[in-house]
Design a binder for this molecule. Structure first.
Ligand code: PLP
Length: 365
């Protein structure tokens, strides 16, 4: 079999380990396992969504609306953005892939930072693009000016996760806007706000998008994180009408399942759930960091529902924690060997993690 050459350049995405992986490998029972590896919402999905989906299950024999008009209208009301400027995808992941496909010709440049969310890199390469990665400063800080300086006539698309996963780095809104205004209008700038709700909406670029109507700005959001609906696979973006039209041209006939669309419509009404999720993360982080400090364990706080723990033998610790039933994320695929990533869980889950980590702490510096 002779695959397209670019396929050999793309490493397979390494997701966080699943509960099944760990039960099999270590002979543990599912109820003994605490999964803090994939930045999921530990509260589960909103109850209202689950109840509604049970009632809707009998309708799965029909194809849903092609563009998901009912959910688009609800998103339009929620954000006060016209339907023509919104697109829903099978997770925001699908939209990342589609944006690459509408923008990149062979060997055009797609720019992002080093240690930025890995999917951007896969998708740029899979679309025959030339990936440019901007080097980071200390402690994974990103210098947006460096990125602006790297833009040239070959640049077609730029990806910035804000906050970034896995590093948690956040670029202030003002700096981001300054950079956007320096970048030529024919370069698509994608700001991925998958975790922005854990900060607050005032840090989002949505207001700027609404006021300035920049044709080359895309804001990406997801129902997978604060809404607790990662399994429904729904993401959405706000963009100019032209970009939305291009996405609609290449989309598969139906990309988001009926139940997923319906579930997200209900989720948009679950403000209390969102607040509770955010509060859990903020309160959890405070307690966790206090405990880490008391035990002389270094960490990087970052924004979002996760943090990094410093450990000179991160992979070894990740494996030892797994053997105790605590799943955290190795960052080896990102080339980060001295930190591992942990999702903020429920108080009980956080305590389990801390207990097991502190038992291993002699080996951590
Ligand atoms: C920064 C970022 N963007 C996008 C995604 C993809 O989310 P989804 O495809 O579930 O919407 C993730 C998932 O972890 C992420 O961390």
């Amino acid at each position: 079999m002779k695959f397209a050459e670019r396929i050999n350049q793309i490493p397979e995405y390494v997701p966080g380990k699943s509960i099944e992986n760990i039960t099999e490998k270590w002979g543990l029972k599912p109820e003994q396992i605490v999964k803090l590896a994939s930045n999921e919402n530990p509260l589960g999905p909103p109850k209202e969504v689950v109840e509604f989906l049970k009632l809707q299950a009998e309708k799965v024999n029909i194809y849903p609306d092609r563009i998901g008009i009912s959910l688009l209208k609800k998103l339009s009301q929620y954000y006060s953005i016209p339907v023509e400027n919104i697109f829903i995808g099978n997770g925001s992941s699908e939209i990342v892939d589609m944006l690459c496909r509408i923008m990149l010709n062979f060997n055009d440049n797609g720019i992002t930072f080093e240690k930025e969310f890995a999917l951007y890199k896969t998708c740029v390469k899979a679309s025959n693009g030339n990936l440019i990665e901007i080097a980071l400063e200390e402690k994974f800080k990103r210098d947006i000016e460096k990125l602006v300086d790297s833009v040239n006539e070959k640049t077609r698309i730029i990806f910035i996760a804000n906050p970034n996963n896995p590093t948690g780095d956040f670029i202030e809104k003002e700096k981001l806007i300054e950079a956007i205004e320096k970048i030529p209008q024919d370069v698509l700038i994608v700001i991925d706000e998958a975790y922005i709700e854990y900060l607050s909406e005032e840090h989002s670029l949505i207001d700027y998008f609404k006021q300035h109507k920049r044709n080359n700005l895309v804001i990406l959001r997801t129902f997978s994180k604060i809404y607790g609906l990662a399994g429904l696979r729904v993401g959405y973006c706000f963009a100019s009408e032209k970009v939305i039209q291009a996405l609609r041209k290449i989309k598969l006939p139906v990309n988001v399942p009926y139940l997923s669309q319906k579930g997200c419509e209900v989720a948009l009404k679950c403000e209390d759930f969102k607040e509770k999720s955010k509060h859990l993360v903020l309160k959890g982080k405070k307690r966790i960091f206090k405990k880490l400090k008391e035990n002389n364990i270094q960490y990087l706080e970052g924004k979002g529902n996760f943090y990094l723990v410093k450990d000179k033998n991160a992979s070894g610790t990740v494996e030892k924690l797994e053997s105790k039933g605590v799943i955290v994320r190795s960052l080896a695929p990102y080339g980060i060997k001295d930190y591992f990533r942990v999702t903020v869980g429920t108080e009980e889950q956080n305590n389990r993690f801390l207990e097991e980590l502190i038992k291993l702490k002699e080996k951590i510096k």
